[in-house]
Design a protein around this ligand. Structure first.
Ligand code: HEM
Length: 411
């Protein structure tokens, strides 16, 4: 089937299932392409995507959150960091950076490993030493929410609720297709997350804990504290930003390899980061971003009027053959440093190191604990989102390893 650029509609299910042939057409023929359904310009080549992300004077982030969440923003009174331009962005970003340094993340690696092992313990105790399970439901979907809940200082035993709230709110990017019932569900999640954080804000203001949310409440920027709404917004942003993205990274990796136990991955240990980076390039968990032009401009010789929505397609930039040789293939030794999966410029992902370490630990634990882990459903169903990319479910069969600690000890 031949594909024309005019077939590219990010809301179309065929595009959601496999956007890559459409991206290739866009890059070849119209690298800055008007899309009627979303009333914005899609930018598909690596160089141009980089320009959009770096030129914050022309491509503002202020409209990002309203564009993504519309009426489902839990804290609409203030914009979160991801949706601010300098100088306000710079000061809040400095505060967030402190919470995510590689040193802090490395110090937590052993704890992440315990969390991942406890998920496998739960699975084996409920399903037995061999059987089938949904990898997304029981592992990749639970691990990142457990980690971020613990870091933020929200109640880990309510992680299933956080995940539902965060997934629901992020799904608002697809609100154009919501039924009334679905809109009511997402509205309920929006209210629940807001109430939860308001109550937590009161608790931690009175009695700070040794957690990230307490540090946001009590931090001072130029002698001033964040307002309750700003602190809550930062907490919500981290919860939303850190869950589905990392879940999809882990899910995409296991789906790509058709499983990830000793029988197919032992030789990839001990250093999984090059594999994770190549996976991030090949299947970007965040496929696109939103910017708005502050002035008339030209990009790749296309005119873009002031006030336009511009969508840099990260998933396309990562497969641009002007940048990456044989871009549709997974090539382990490529270890791409310049994939755009985490964005670039001032808004580049604050959790990128954390999520790479989470994925590394999650995969190492799989190799350690499973003799064999195999994806049994060959046809993949993707999350119905043009923003996020990852498997909705992954039916997996497994055989638990009897000597789960041996590999752990060796690495
Ligand atoms: C594979 C996992 C992840 C992917 C693919 C990803 C992707 C991204 C991208 C593309 C951006 C740039 C947004 C922009 O330029 O508008 C971003 C920003 C951000 N991410 Fe991530 N992210 C991931 C994991 C995380 C984690 C684990 C956290 C936190 C716990 C997090 C929190 C954030 C925040 C707060 C921002 C806003 C930064 C700013 O505006 O300065 N992300 N992420």
């Amino acid at each position: 089937m031949s594909i024309s650029v005019h077939d590219y509609d990010p809301l179309d299910i065929a595009v959601i299932e496999n956007p890559y042939p459409y991206y290739a057409q866009l890059r070849t023929t119209t690298p800055v392409h008007w899309i009627e359904s979303v009333k914005g310009y899609a930018v598909s080549r690596w160089d141009d995507v980089q320009t959009v992300l770096r030129d914050v004077g022309t491509y503002s982030s202020m409209g990002f959150w309203p564009e993504l969440l519309g009426p489902f923003d839990p804290v609409p009174e203030v914009l979160p960091m991801i949706s601010l331009d300098p100088p306000r962005h710079t000061v809040i970003r400095k505060l967030a950076n402190k919470a995510f340094t590689p040193k802090l993340v490395n110090a937590l690696e052993a704890r992440f490993r315990q969390i991942a092992n406890s998920l496998i313990d739960d699975l084996v105790s409920s399903h037995g030493p061999s059987g089938r399970f949904d990898f997304v439901e029981r592992y990749s979907g639970l691990f990142p929410v457990s980690v971020i809940s613990e870091l933020l200082g929200v109640d880990v035993d309510r992680r299933q609720e956080f995940k539902t709230w965060a997934d629901d709110i992020l799904s608002a990017s697809n609100r154009a297709g919501f039924s009334a019932a679905r809109a009511a569900e997402v509205q309920a999640s929006k209210s629940a997350i807001r109430s939860y954080f308001e109550e937590l804000h009161d608790r931690r203001s009175a009695a700070p804990g040794d957690d990230m949310f307490s540090s946001f409440i009590h931090a001072e920027i130029d002698g001033q504290k964040l307002s309750p709404e700003e602190a809550i917004n930062l907490g919500v942003l981290l919860l939303i930003g850190g869950i589905e993205t990392t879940t999809n990274l882990i899910g995409n990796t296991v789906a790509h390899f058709g499983g990830f136990g000793r029988s197919n991955a032992l030789d990839l240990l001990p250093d999984l980061l090059p594999l994770i980076d190549e996976m991030l390039r090949l299947e970007a968990p965040t496929q696109l971003l939103f910017r708005h032009t502050t002035r008339d401009t030209h990009l790749a010789s296309f005119h873009i009027p002031k006030g336009s929505l511009v969508m840099p397609l990260l998933g396309s930039a990562n497969r641009d053959d002007r940048k990456f040789e044989d871009p549709d293939r997974f090539i382990l030794k490529r270890a791409p440093r310049d994939n755009l999966t985490f964005g670039q410029g001032p808004h580049a992902c604050v959790g990128s190191y954390l999520s790479r370490i989470e994925a590394k630990v999650a995969l190492e634990v799989l190799v350690n604990r499973f003799e064999r882990l195999e994806v049994v459903e060959k046809s993949r169903s993707w999350i119905h989102s043009f923003f996020a990319r990852g498997p909705r479910a992954l039916a997996t069969s497994y055989l638990a390893a009897a000597d789960g600690d041996l590999v752990r000890a060796a690495h």
